[in-house]
Design a protein around this ligand. Structure first.
Ligand SMILES: [Mg+2]
Length: 387
C-alpha cells in the first residue's frame, strides 16, 4: 500500500507586477505529494495566495501535513473524507477547501500511477456517447472553449481586441469561444456578442461572460432578449457572486442557459446554485470546488437536475489537465474552459500549454498516460520559480 510521506510546495509565475488582463500568470503555488514508493502527484493551487499554501502545506507541523503525512492511499475519496472530517470545526470553505482540492488532484494523480490507469478511467471510465456530443468524432475527445479577454473594457478598443483574438484562434482550429464584455454597458455587451457571431458564422459555439456586472433583473432580462437571436450557448454570471436568487427569476425570462460556479467550493454550494438558483451550467474549477473527488460528485448531482458541468479554468494547463480527466468521465460536459496561450502575452502560460494535452482541430484526445499525465520538468520550474 502506498503511503504519503511528504508534501512539497513551490511558486511559479511570469514575474512580479503581472497584469492578468494581458494573460500573464500571477504567482501561483503548486503542490507535489510524495509517497514511499517514489510516486509523485502534482497540482497547482489557483486563487489562493502562495504564502497561505506555503504555510499550510509542508511537514507534519503544518495544517495539511499533519492530516496527510502517513495516510495510506487506499482510495482518493477516503483520504478526502479523512481531511474533510478533520475540518469540521475549521472554516470548511474558501482557501481551506481549495487547498484540499489541489491536494486531492495530486492524490488522484498518484492513484492513477499506482494502478497504471489514466484518472478518467478510475473516475468511472467513458460514460459519454454520440448522443451527448452529436458527432461521433467527439466521443473520445474533450472540446475546449477559449476564453477571450482584453486589456481594456468597453467600446471599440474592447471589440477589436477580443474579436481579433477570436479570429486568430478560429484559424488555429478552435471551435468554441467565450467573449468577456466586462465593465461594459448593456449595449456593449450585446454589440460584442453580435460582432463575434458575425465573424464566426452560425456553426462555432459562442458564450458570453459579464463577470458579475449587473444587479437589476430587468436590465439583464433585456440583454438576454437581445442575445437570444445570437445562439448563445450560455450566459455567465450576470449577478453578484453569492446570489443564486436572481438567477432563478432570470431563468424564467430567458431561453439562454445561465452559468455560474467558478468560485464555488464544495458540492453544497453547487446544489444551492442548481436548486435555489435554477442555474443550468455549473462551472467548477477542479481544485477550487474541492478536487476531482468533489467535481465528480457535482457531475453526479447535476445529472438528475438537467444541468451541464463545464469546468472552469482561467489558469494554466496544469489545472487544465485535471479538467480534461473530469470531462472524459462526465456524461454532461460538452466543453471545458481553456485560456489559449496563443493570444496572450505570457511565456509561462505558453510553456505550460505546450507541456499539456494538445488541442488538435479544436479537440483534446482522452489522455492515455497513467495518472493525470502532466509532467512538469525541473528546468521549467527553475526558470519561472519565484520562491
Ligand atoms: Mg467568469
Amino acid at each position: 500500500m502506498v503511503i504519503i510521506t511528504r508534501l512539497e510546495t513551490f511558486v511559479i509565475g511570469d514575474g512580479p507586477g503581472i497584469d492578468p488582463d494581458k494573460g500573464g500568470v500571477e504567482p501561483i503555488a503548486c503542490v507535489r505529494v510524495h509517497t514511499d514508493e517514489g510516486i509523485v502527484g502534482l497540482s497547482e493551487v489557483f486563487r489562493v495566495p502562495p504564502g497561505v499554501v506555503q504555510s499550510t502545506v509542508g511537514d507534519g507541523n503544518t495544517h495539511f501535513g499533519h492530516l496527510l503525512i502517513g495516510q495510506k492511499l487506499t482510495h482518493p475519496e477516503r483520504v478526502w473524507q479523512h481531511v474533510w472530517d478533520s475540518l469540521i470545526h475549521t472554516n470548511r470553505r474558501g482557501w481551506e477547501i481549495i487547498i484540499l482540492g489541489a491536494l486531492d488532484v495530486a492524490i488522484w494523480d498518484i492513484y492513477g500511477q499506482m494502478l497504471n490507469q489514466p484518472v478518467w478511467q478510475l473516475l468511472g471510465g467513458v460514460q459519454r456517447g454520440p448522443f451527448q456530443t452529436h458527432r461521433e468524432s467527439r466521443t473520445y475527445s474533450v472540446v475546449p472553449y477559449c476564453t477571450i479577454v482584453s486589456d481594456t473594457w468597453g467600446g471599440d478598443a474592447m471589440f477589436s481586441q477580443q474579436i481579433s483574438r477570436v479570429e486568430q484562434l478560429l484559424e488555429r482550429g478552435y471551435r468554441a469561444f467565450k467573449v468577456e464584455p466586462m465593465m461594459s454597458t448593456p449595449g456593449d455587451v450585446v454589440e460584442l456578442a453580435r460582432r463575434t457571431r458575425q465573424l464566426l458564422g452560425p456553426v462555432p459555439t459562442l458564450m458570453v461572460d459579464v463577470g458579475y456586472l449587473f444587479n437589476d433583473l430587468p436590465t439583464v432580462a433585456r440583454i438576454c432578449r437581445e442575445l437570444e437571436e445570437l445562439d448563445i450557448f450560455f450566459f455567465e454570471t450576470p449577478f453578484p457572486v453569492d446570489t443564486p436568487g436572481p438567477y432563478a427569476r432570470l431563468s424564467e425570462l430567458t431561453s439562454i442557459p445561465l452559468a455560474m460556479g467558478e468560485h464555488g467550493v464544495t458540492r453544497w454550494e453547487f446544489l444551492e446554485m442548481m436548486d435555489q438558483g435554477r442555474v443550468s451550467v455549473m462551472q467548477p474549477y477542479m481544485t477550487t470546488c474541492g478536487g476531482l473527488t468533489e467535481a465528480k460528485r457535482i457531475v453526479d448531482l447535476a445529472v438528475p437536475r438537467g444541468a451541464l458541468v463545464c469546468p472552469g479554468n482561467w489558469s494554466t494547463q496544469i489545472l487544465g489537465a485535471a479538467s480534461v480527466h473530469l470531462a472524459a468521465y462526465s456524461p454532461i460536459t460538452p466543453y471545458i474552459e481553456f485560456a489559449a496561450a496563443e493570444v496572450f502575452d505570457s511565456p509561462l502560460r505558453r510553456e505550460l500549454q505546450e507541456l499539456g494535452f494538445p488541442a488538435m482541430n479544436g479537440e483534446i484526445a482522452f489522455p492515455e498516460a497513467a495518472g493525470i499525465g502532466y509532467h512538469l520538468p525541473d528546468d521549467v520550474i527553475n526558470k519561472y520559480r519565484l520562491d
